[in-house]
Design a binder for this molecule. Structure first.
Ligand code: SF4
Length: 86
């Protein structure tokens, strides 16, 4: 039988991303980088489809690629904003 002892669960999605719709111009670079997290909606504005679709590094890269800094990245463990740097 497999060992059922508690194992270190894999850390998924420590970073939480949020799109500020008013700032998004639909450039879609976030979608190009993290297409399992971001999607353009009918209005060509990015929306978050999953927090777990891509890893933290990819989510951060996607946020940093946004020309209007419309993506806010928060570290859910510390509660601190990771991007844009305040
Ligand atoms: S990169 Fe920024 S401006 Fe472009 S779609 Fe994503 S959130 Fe919107």
């Amino acid at each position: 039988m497999l060992d059922q002892a508690p194992v270190q669960t894999q850390q998924i999605g420590k970073y939480q991303v949020k799109v500020i719709r008013e700032k998004c111009i639909g450039a879609a670079s976030c979608v190009a980088i993290a297409n399992q997290v971001f999607e353009l909606d009918e209005e060509k504005i990015a929306k978050v489809i999953s927090q777990d679709g891509n890893d933290d590094e990819t989510k951060l890269l996607a946020a940093q690629s946004c020309p209007t800094m419309a993506i806010i990245v928060t570290d859910t463990q510390t509660g601190k904003q990771v991007w844009p740097i305040e």
